[in-house]
Design a protein around this ligand. Structure first.
Ligand SMILES: [Zn+2]
Length: 189
C-alpha cells in the first residue's frame, strides 16, 4: 500500500511487504514520560565544570518528566554532589544516577576516591567530605530526606554518595507560598 510507504532521510523507501521493525508502542507514545519512569545514569568528565553540567542535565531530566516542582532542591543537591565528587576523585570521570521511585527522587554520585584502610586517615577524609557536603546536607534535611556516603559496591571501588528527596516536602522547599497554592488546587494531574 503506497500510503504506508515511508521515505527515510537517506532516501530509502520501505513499501508494502517490506519487513519493518514493528515494536508495539501503544497509544501513549507521544505523551510525556511520567515521574516513575525517570531513570538516568551518565558519566561526567571530572573537572571544575561538572557541577554546572550536572545541574543542566538534572534540570532537563526533571522537566522532561514533569517534575519541575522539584527543581530548586534537586538541582542544588545534584550540583553539590557532583562538585564534591570532582574535589575528591583521582579518576578522570565521575558517575551520576538520577531515579524517581516511591514518591522520591534518588540521586547517586560515584567518584573514584578509594576508601582509606587507615582508620585515622579514613576519619579525616570523611570529615573533609562531610564539610564539602554541608550545603547538600542542609537542603536534604530541609526536604526531610536522607543522605550519606560510603564504599561504592562497584568493581572499580571508589566512593558512593547518595541523597533521597521525598516529593512533597521537596516541592515545599523554599517555596511555601507556591506549595500552598498547588496544594489548594488539589493533587497533581
Ligand atoms: Zn581521602
Amino acid at each position: 500500500m503506497l500510503e504506508n510507504a515511508v521515505s527515510g532521510a537517506g532516501g530509502a523507501v520501505w513499501g508494502a511487504g517490506a519487513v519493518g521493525c514493528h515494536v508495539p508502542k501503544g497509544t501513549a507514545v507521544h505523551e510525556p514520560p511520567g515521574a516513575e519512569s525517570l531513570s538516568y545514569s551518565f558519566t561526567l568528565p571530572a573537572g571544575p565544570h561538572n557541577a554546572r553540567i550536572a545541574r543542566q542535565v538534572a534540570r532537563n531530566v526533571l522537566a522532561a518528566h514533569g517534575l519541575e516542582e522539584l527543581h530548586d532542591a534537586a538541582v542544588q543537591v545534584v550540583s553539590e554532589l557532583a562538585a564534591c565528587a570532582w574535589r575528591f576523585t583521582p579518576t578522570p570521570e565521575v558517575y551520576v544516577c538520577l531515579r524517581y521511585r516511591g514518591e522520591a527522587l534518588r540521586v547517586i554520585v560515584y567518584d573514584g576516591h578509594p576508601r582509606h584502610t587507615n582508620p585515622r586517615l579514613a576519619a579525616t577524609c570523611d570529615g573533609q567530605r562531610k564539610a564539602s557536603l554541608r550545603l547538600a546536607a542542609a537542603v536534604v534535611k530541609a526536604c526531610q530526606g536522607e543522605w550519606g556516603f560510603g564504599d561504592a559496591r562497584e568493581p572499580g571501588g571508589g566512593t558512593r554518595m547518595w541523597a533521597v528527596l521525598p516529593h512533597v516536602p521537596t516541592v515545599a522547599f523554599g517555596r511555601p507560598e507556591r506549595a500552598y497554592r498547588k496544594a489548594a488546587r488539589g493533587p497533581r494531574a
